[in-house]
Structure formats: C-alpha cells, structure tokens
Design a protein around this ligand. Structure first.
Ligand code: MG
Length: 259
C-alpha cells in the first residue's frame, strides 16, 4: 500500500535525510587511500548517534553496519571491511538514518584519490541519471517515467542499468511501496501524487547490466567485474517539480576542499 505523507511527516523525513547528507560529508572527508570501509562505518555511526539519531541500516534484516560500502565492481550492499581503499578505487557509500521515527536514505559514489577518465565519466553520468529520474517525480507522472528517464540516459552512454535492485518509498520504514525501477516504459507504473516520498537510486554499470549475488547474502557485484556507480536521493513528489529532501551540498563542500 502506498501512503502519502503529511507536511509534518515530510519535515521529519527531511531532517533525517539532511542528517544523512551531513554524515556522508563526514565520510567524504575521511576517504583516502589506506583508509578502510570499517573505519568509514565507525565515523558514520558515531556522527549519527552524536545527533541523537540511529543508523537506519543497522539491524535491517540482520545487517550489522551503518553504511553499505561498495567498492569498484560492487554495485550495492557491500559490507564494510578491513581492506584498505586504494588510489584509483571508487566507493559507493549508501547511508540511512532513523530519527524521530522517520528514515532518510541517500548514497554517493566517491573517488579514492585520482580515478581514470572512463570511471569519472561513469560517476558523472550516473549522477545525471539520478537528476533525470528526479525530474520525473512530479504529480501526474508515473513511476515508469522515472525508470524510463534513468534508463534512457544510461544506455545513451552505453552503460548497463541494473534490474534486480530498485528505488523505493521511504517513511516510517526504510523500504516502502512503491518500487521505483531504474528502467521502464513511459506512462506505466504507479500514478504519483503530491506527498509521495521516494528514494530514487540509479545503479549504473560500466559494462553489462547483469549482476551476481555473493554468498554473504548482501554483496551484489557486476557479472563482468567492471565498475558500477550509485547515487541516491530521498525526494518528495510535488506539483511541477520534485523537492529533494536529502542533499549533496555538504559532500560537495568537502570534495571541493580536497582538490
Ligand atoms: Mg535506498
């Protein structure tokens, strides 16, 4: 069942989502060759708890960490570990926060040091896919319009769009109806109304769209071993233009300072 959020609920989801953005900025500041994803996870958990909030992923279906950290060919749901990040890696960091009963959810793919131009392009295009999807999250459009826009943009660049994992509603639960695929046909899917809160989350592969599930029950990586990127925002459907509830603003400030 799909539920539309009240203004008060949207305010709470916005607060949670903005805290995710600030948490990802703390992570951004720490990312460097030699740092482990477990260290990033500890930074994120401490930051969230210092704000009186709870990590949204910890305990979800038995997941033990605050972040999903997905390196290079890992698409999503990578488990933080003790392997140091290397110069030239990319790491997709997905974070959820629960605060005052409501979740926020956002993800950003970071470069570790200097990455090659081909991978940099993947990150740029995946981010453009996110914005193409968000542009469709308006009253009167359908969820298939979001998927269509994401898929079109990714495939124009020869990239593969992951089918097995999708965006989703967000609210009192981390994952709510409806599903928001990153592929699809225009004019299909749920008719969206003002107050529908969605996590739009393109997962775009440099090569094949096919993925493999690892035996740890979480990690999903590309079938061909080529890199994958993931950007995600929590947004609310509005008339005319979606409102983005999460923010990359703090991340960008940190990244600009690192250059
Ligand atoms: Mg999500």
């Amino acid at each position: 069942m799909v539920n539309l959020k009240t203004a008060e609920e949207i305010n709470l989801i916005r607060q949670s989502s903005l805290l995710v953005g600030k948490t990802l900025a703390e992570v951004a500041a720490a990312i460097a060759p030699g740092v482990t994803t477990l260290q990033l996870d500890a930074i994120a958990e401490t930051f969230i708890r210092d704000h009186g909030a709870e990590p949204g992923f910890k305990g979800y279906n038995g997941f033990k960490h605050t972040l999903c950290t997905s390196v290079n060919d890992v698409v999503v749901h990578g488990i933080p570990n003790q392997t140091p990040l290397l110069e030239g890696d990319i790491v997709s960091v997905d974070c959820g926060v629960k605060w005052n009963g409501f979740f926020g959810d956002s993800a950003y793919t970071f470069a570790v040091g200097t990455i090659n131009n081909e991978v940099r392009r993947l990150l740029e295009v995946t981010r453009e896919c996110l914005h193409a999807g968000i542009a469709q999250a308006v009253q009167g459009h359908r969820t298939g319009d979001i998927g269509f826009a994401v898929q079109q943009h990714a495939e124009q660049h020869g990239y593969g769009v992951v089918r097995e994992l999708v965006g989703h509603g967000v609210g009192r639960n981390l994952h709510e109806a409806p599903e928001v695929p990153n592929f699809g046909k225009r004019g299909t899917g749920l008719l969206m109304k003002e107050g529908l809160v969605l996590a739009i989350a393109p997962m775009i592969n440099m090569g094949t769209r096919n993925v493999k599930q690892h035996r740890d029950g979480w990690t999903v990586s590309t079938a061909d071993g080529k890199p994958s990127a993931h950007f995600e925002h929590t947004v609310v459907v509005r008339e005319g233009k979606a409102e983005v509830l999460s923010s990359f603003e703090w991340i960008e400030k940190i990244l600009a300072g690192k250059e």
